[in-house]
Design a protein. Structure first.
Length: 505
């Protein structure tokens, strides 16, 4: 008889209980080292002013409001189209290890970091925003579509007439079987692209985020409240205005009303990729001098100092913040989930909580962290709260549907003890799987929150870009991507369990 890792120690504790206990032990350790000090002088007074601005919005205070809304939609739509154009072919060859590794690296870098890179080449142009969204989304589409295609039933391929060409076999034998899942995922990614498009406004792109950042930074909370309401309404009504049939109307309009593209200067692009991103001691040197012993030692010393002074502190801060946010997400989701299921609450409570979830999942983490930082001061606490609120809102939205589909015994009553012993154990394995998937997203978002002053990896990346140290920024981005890939691998290993333990806890 063989013993698995989950039965070898403390056999009276189940597999998922051990995972949960280990998670919270890690969170407690990280919370001890986290900077959670409230520095603001009058946080409650500031919160009152924000709330007043939210309930008394001023929709006429923002110039070019409709233009900002349309640019937000345009960048998201064109970015999604570019991602699909690149992602579909990559999905067909995703089983190749090099393709999979390349896609993992690309999607591990946040859209804002891609925007900072393209900003150095194309400036504040539409190309910067479209490429910043389209490139990582292409890598994401490649992985997800490859996974979806693997689920297609193989019987159809054998039923096709002899001599069917490969393209027709692919379309009718695999794609059409999984078409509903593909369309549903594209719709979900478009919602994510709208949030990414808005966040790009924080680095100067002409989207809603640009005006939101300006309004809240200047204390114009009525204007900021109006913009938030508008953005939440945009996300909440996406099923009505973002129908697939309307794509052929929106896409030409998005291209036509794009801001004027700047004239590309090839010499500047070549300088960026051939000089600016190289370590300082290699810039202006001939290729033969790169391999000299003195040059090699100088590059190693430069990389060592960067890793010691920026990479390691950034990685530690990123992991501490992300683990704290993960633990708080777990707690908030477990608290809100019973309030969102028909097995526990009446219909009017469900409708109210769906509105709350819509607000939480519509607002990007970066925007929430920015608002909480104005409220609580610069520390890890605003970022932890922002990450936990957004991700718990999204997890509740996804898990509530699964809770409603649970078949309960006739003796079940809408009480917390019945819910805890009947419903929660049935959905908990999937809950933990989704939580660890969100951890990869939390790591990505934690990195960019450094641009708000929290000393995560994003803080050092942004500082290097601001100081025109592109080589240092590139090295930091490589470590950022590597950290994401490593966290994703560890999460997948932790979730591996015997098949019977994936059914219920």
């Amino acid at each position: 008889m063989t013993n698995t890792a989950s039965t070898r120690f403390f056999p009276f504790i189940g597999h998922w209980q051990k995972i949960t206990l280990g998670l919270f032990l890690l969170v407690l350790v990280c919370w001890f080292f986290a900077d959670t000090e409230v520095i603001a002088l009058e946080p409650w007074a500031e919160l009152g002013r924000m709330f007043t601005g939210f309930i008394t919005p001023d929709f006429g205070a923002t110039e070019y409001l409709l233009e900002a809304v349309w640019q937000t939609i345009s960048f998201a739509l064109l970015g999604i189209c570019l991602g699909l154009l690149l992602g579909f072919p990559l999905a067909l060859v995703y089983q190749h290890p090099l393709i999979a590794a390349m896609c993992a690296f690309i999607r591990a870098i946040h859209e804002i970091f891609w925007a900072l890179i393209f900003l150095q080449v194309f400036g504040l142009s539409p190309l910067t925003g479209i490429l910043a969204i389209g490139l990582p989304y292409a890598a994401t589409f490649a992985r997800v579509f490859a996974d979806i295609l693997q689920q297609a039933p193989p019987q159809t391929m054998f039923a096709l007439p002899k001599g069917t060409d490969r393209l027709s076999a692919l379309i009718y034998g695999r794609w059409m079987h999984m078409y509903p899942q593909i369309v549903a995922y594209i719709r979900y990614r478009f919602e994510c692209a709208l949030r990414s498009s808005a966040v790009l406004g924080f680095i100067g792109m002409p989207t809603l985020g640009f005006y939101l950042e300006s309004a809240f930074r200047q204390g114009h909370y009525q204007q900021g409240g109006a913009l938030l309401i508008l953005f939440i309404a945009l996300i909440g009504t996406i099923r009505f205005w973002a129908k697939p049939a309307m794509l052929w109307v929106y896409l030409p309009l998005a291209v036509y009303f794009l801001p004027e593209l700047p004239v590309l200067q090839p010499q500047l692009i070549w300088r960026f990729i051939s000089i600016d991103i190289l370590p300082p001691m290699l810039q202006g040197q001939t290729l033969t001098t790169w391999f000299a012993a003195d040059t090699f030692i100088a590059v190693c010393e430069w990389a060592y100092e960067l890793v010691r002074n920026q990479v390691w502190p950034g990685i530690i801060a990123t992991l501490v913040l992300a683990c704290c946010a993960l633990g708080l997400t777990h707690v908030l989701t477990l608290i809100m989930l019973p309030l969102n299921t028909t097995l526990m609450m009446p219909k009017w409570v469900i409708i109210l909580m769906r509105g709350v979830n819509l607000i939480l999942r519509s607002l990007p983490e970066y925007l929430l962290a920015f608002v909480f930082m104005l409220l609580l001061g610069p520390s890890m606490l605003p970022a932890i709260i922002a990450l936990a609120l957004h991700n718990s809102g999204l997890m509740v939205f996804l898990m509530a549907r699964q809770s409603d589909d649970i078949i309960v015994p006739l003796t079940y009553r809408a009480r917390l003890d019945h819910y805890s012993y009947v419903v929660l154990p049935a959905i908990y394995p999937h809950f933990m799987g989704l939580l660890f998937y969100r951890f990869e997203v939390i790591i990505r978002e934690t990195a960019i929150l450094g641009m708000l002053g929290v000393m995560t990896l994003g803080f050092y990346v942004d500082s290097n870009f601001a100081e025109i140290r592109f080589s240092g920024a590139l090295l930091l981005l490589m470590f950022t991507a590597g950290l994401n890939v490593l966290v994703d691998y560890i999460a997948r290993r932790l979730l591996q369990a015997p098949r019977d333990k994936l059914q219920a806890c």
